[in-house]
Design a protein around this ligand. Sequence first.
Ligand code: NAD
Length: 475
Amino acid sequence: MNSYPPIRMLIDGAWIEAPGQPVINPASGLAIGTVPHAQAHHLDAALAAAAKGFATWRRTAPAERARVMLRAVALVRERVEEIAHDITLEQGKPLAQSRAEILRGCDLIEWDATEARRLYGRIVPAEPGMRHTVIREPVGVVAAFTPWNFPLSSPARKVGGALAAGCAIILKASEETPAGAMHLAQAFLDAGLPPGAFNLVFGDPAFISQHLITHPVIRLVTFTGSTAVGKHLAALAGAHMKPVIMELGGHAPVIICEDADPRAAALASVKAKLNNAGQVCVAPTRFFVHAAIHDEFVAAFGELGANVKLGDGMAADSDIGPVANARRLHSLKQLTDDAVSKGARLLCGGAPRDGHGFYFPFTILADVPAHALAMHEEPFGPLCLVTRVHSLDEAIAQANSLPFGLAGYAFTESARNARRLGDELEVGNLAINHFVSAVSETPFGGVKDSGYGREGGTEGLECYTHAKSISHLTA
Ligand code: NAD
């Protein structure tokens, strides 16, 4: 099975074709399809449809909204093999990871769907005859922008939150990996979502974001992608007084304390970094390892890293696939060469594979100096940077030294260390002794240049609502 579906846009419940740009398979570097580009009239049609869809969907009872959403999720689960195949073709990750991404996306939507039934307001105590009530209302039509690294689960986060809260959504998914979002939209259509409640478009990102964000129908902007683009979109939204949810870049520190088991930490680190070949905003990247266990950690890390199998995502034995596009390949090579030229020690990997496709091996650098570019720029690929530290103070100071603050990780058996890490690391999500930075039930998002607003958890759902206070004097 090597077919790739025709990519279309969904506007007002109808699939729309238009000329566009090729979709490239990163395993071969060859075109596998075409993604349409929305013109102004498509976007205006999507805005009108979303306004109409919102009017219907906001008045649909939460229990019924949940039923429609759960039906859509059930359809995605039934179609997991077909969707995983298309995601691996367009994005490159191994099939098992594509399946895992789809199921994670399903879980996110399921949680939102069922939690929406508990979007309670509150009644505030007041003087006799007065009643203050606070209710949560859907914010309106949402403009959502998702990147190429998670073609289904990134859209799922935004679609789940928006629809659960009673909003309508116009999703501009990635032109580089459009099939995941298209399958998601198809499942909602098949599940009976009112036309216009979920519209899907593709095209020139700058043109679409400018058109949508400045339009009065749009009441909230949510973006996942780079900090540079996020700042631009947040400024645009700010000029039009629209709230934003920004899930931006990270450069996650991993602090390995002297009381941790170095081999177990190395094993867990390699496994975590395999996910999406490190093209994840929460990917563990800067490893600050206590001098007492540094050499043992580095020996195990290097050995395990050298055994990571790089190959076509369609092959059952590939641990990581190609990176998603040529931009990543060049950037990873440049960051690696720069670090080595400044004194870093290459433990494994280091150079793109010759031939077709965008293949970059699992790469570990030790003794990376603080002024290496990779220590500041998010590598967004299978690149790990190890630094020796002599105290927890030093590790925390280095971890906090960047403008990013998305995920952080630590390995320690000490309650005192764990408390300090929880209190002092400047991140939105911290995982201790494992690498799962967020689950559906907990909020996910960053601090500092990694963004603001949350997805997931009750905090995430609330971002798609506003609080209305009703004060009623009855006597
Ligand atoms: P990029 O900055 O060119 O694009 C990032 C994303 O923003 C893409 O999805 C792109 O389509 C979109 N985009 C760009 N300009 C836009 C605009 N004017 N309006 C709306 N959307 C726009 O970077 P890239 O080469 O695609 O990815 C590289 C960097 O992006 C990575 O190093 C990483 O920092 C970041 N990134 C982060 C995430 C994440 O999950 N937070 C995901 C993908 C990429």
